[in-house]
Write a protein that binds this ligand. Structure first.
Ligand code: GUN
Length: 295
């Protein structure tokens, strides 16, 4: 492997340390930051993520409250809980883990979260503010975390060609908005590719910074990457592996071993972007608590 590793665990630990300091200051001034977390259904990956988010919050001194709801919960019941959290001065951040079961309209749920408590940055008000360059808007945690990673390795995307593979509202789309903005560690020329892109390799080979978030295991291969590219792999996929105790292992969307031979920097999976998502959620929650106080 010739690429240097972007150590998401270590960078996230740094972010968490600084969030811990902010939380301690808030507590001294009488504010106990609190994150409310909702998980609907039994999606095994979502259960793991929610558990990790709650543990991480606990470690930095953020209190959590949670609602774990059955897969057949009605939308009305979900909205009623959100209304309670919106009105509760003791709750500063609200997170509804996605995806939601089919009977629930995600958009309706996201729009019900009070924008000041929307620490995921998914409410259309925050999406609009962020996209139009408001530095105070909550930024979705995964793309915000990727930008922090670039900062930590000293890679300024300004003037570079960033290719983002994936157009989800959680990662690809906000990532494009963040990197193309005027501002520090941004100013990139951005191309967004997706499942209908013709000749994806021809596009990804143009990337100086390649960010992949498509949810297809090891689908970006060495022939699709140019020498010296900075590669950020957002994918986390379970693939069967009978040799592992759990019967599976986690791989990214990038074929790590072969792409690492060509990249200048690369994120591992696990231990890359994943820990950053959680660290940025904690950071957004501390910000929400500082803004809202006990109100
Ligand atoms: N599902 C996958 N990523 C995320 C995230 O960042 N936030 C929420 N709420 N759900 C997700």
């Amino acid at each position: 492997m010739s690429a240097q590793l972007i150590d998401g665990k270590a960078i996230a630990a740094d972010v968490r340390r600084s969030v811990g300091e902010r939380v301690a200051e808030l507590k001294e001034s009488g504010i106990q930051p609190c994150l409310a977390v909702m998980l609907v259904g039994e999606n095994p990956a979502s259960r793991v993520y929610v558990g990790m988010k709650q543990r991480a919050a606990d470690e930095v001194g953020i209190r959590t409250v949670d609602e774990r709801l059955s897969p057949d919960t009605s939308q009305e019941d979900i909205l009623a809980i959100l209304e309670d959290w919106n009105a509760d001065p003791g709750v500063h951040g609200i997170l509804v883990q996605l995806p939601l079961p089919d009977q629930i309209d995600e958009r309706t749920v996201m729009e019900r979260i009070r924008p000041e408590k929307d620490v995921d940055g998914f409410h259309p008000i925050n999406v609009g503010r962020m996209t139009s360059g408001d530095p105070d808007a909550f930024r979705p945690c995964t793309p915000a975390g990727v930008q922090v990673m670039l900062e930590h390795i000293g890679y300024d995307p300004s003037g570079r060609h960033a290719v983002i593979v994936g157009r989800s509202n959680i990662v690809g789309r906000p990532m494009a908005a963040i990197l193309s903005q005027k501002g520090p560690y941004a100013n990139a020329t951005v191309t967004m590719a997706h499942s209908r892109t013709a000749d994806l390799g021809a596009i990804t080979r143009q990337a100086e910074l390649l960010i992949v978030a498509v949810g297809r295991p090891e689908s970006v291969t060495a022939d699709m990457v140019s020498e010296g590219t900075v590669v950020v792999d957002v994918g986390v996929n379970r693939v069967d592996d009978p040799s592992r105790p759990k019967g599976y292992r986690l791989v990214g969307d990038v074929a790590f071993d072969e792409v690492a031979e060509k990249a200048s920097w690369i994120t591992p999976v696990p231990g890359g972007v994943g820990p950053m998502t959680i660290a940025m959620l904690l950071s957004n929650t501390a910000t929400a608590a500082a803004r809202l106080g006990g109100a």
